[in-house]
Write a protein that binds this ligand. Structure first.
Ligand code: ADP
Length: 210
């Protein structure tokens, strides 16, 4: 008999929609997660082939003295240049996806009810192919801008520009299997996550947690 395979739930949403907060709320139910942003940093760590490729293309100006990637310098290069951004994504995205797959495999070997893959670029990067369901965290844009500005110390215009550069809200919602509307307080969020936890356990053929 083959072991039960835990479902993989992709959690996505725009900046400051509440992805990390939601992941922490699921952790209260014993659910592990892997964060695509952490893995994106892993694949460009010193010694990684992606970092060597980036250095070959842009030279030492994108490295700190200690050999780590200067993410801000790289961002300045690719932010305004679509061709360079595409090149960078072609170097990093496949490696991020592969590494995420390895992390998820490790989780699958453990006895967990289901697993989260938390990623701002679930739909844009092909990571969508790694998950069984997509949970979109949705907030009204005004609240998203307010939470971005407060958390990241940017002004409203900057927060608005970041939101405008991301996948449109409607498109993200159209690709969701489940939607968590995160416009209440953290207590409301905890209740919504508890309900989703019940649903995901049921989908995986598991009894509700006590
Ligand atoms: P993301 O990971 O999607 O960028 P975060 O989880 O970091 O978003 O949330 C963005 C900010 O909004 C954080 O400062 C967080 O504490 C706050 N926040 C998220 N959800 C809620 C909520 N339901 N009530 C109040 N503040 C929230």
């Amino acid at each position: 008999m083959t072991a039960r395979q835990p479902l993989i739930i992709g959690v996505t949403g725009g900046i400051a929609s509440g992805k990390s907060t939601v992941a922490r709320a699921f952790a209260q139910h014993g659910i592990p997660w892997v964060d695509a942003d952490d893995v994106a940093r892993e694949v460009v760590a010193p010694g990684e082939p992606a970092l060597a490729e980036i250095r070959r293309r842009y030279g030492p100006r994108v490295l700190h003295e200690d050999g780590h990637l200067d993410r801000r310098a790289l961002r300045d290069i690719v932010f305004a240049d679509t061709a360079e951004r595409r090149w960078l994504e072609s170097v990093t995205h496949p490696r991020i996806r592969q590494r995420l797959g390895e992390h998820l495999e490790d989780f699958r070997r453990r006895d967990v009810p289901y697993v989260l893959l938390v990623s701002p670029l679930l739909f844009e990067s092909g990571q969508y192919e790694l998950v069984d369901r997509a949970l979109v965290i949705d907030v009204p844009e005004s609240l998203q801008i307010e939470r971005t500005a407060r958390r990241d110390g940017v002004d409203e215009a900057q927060a608005r520009a970041i939101v405008a550069a991301q996948m449109p809200r409607d498109e993200r919602l159209s690709r969701a299997d489940d939607v968590l509307v995160n416009e209440g307080d953290e207590r409301r969020l905890a209740d919504q996550v508890a309900e989703l936890d019940r649903q995901y356990r049921a989908l995986g053929g598991l009894p509700p947690a006590r």
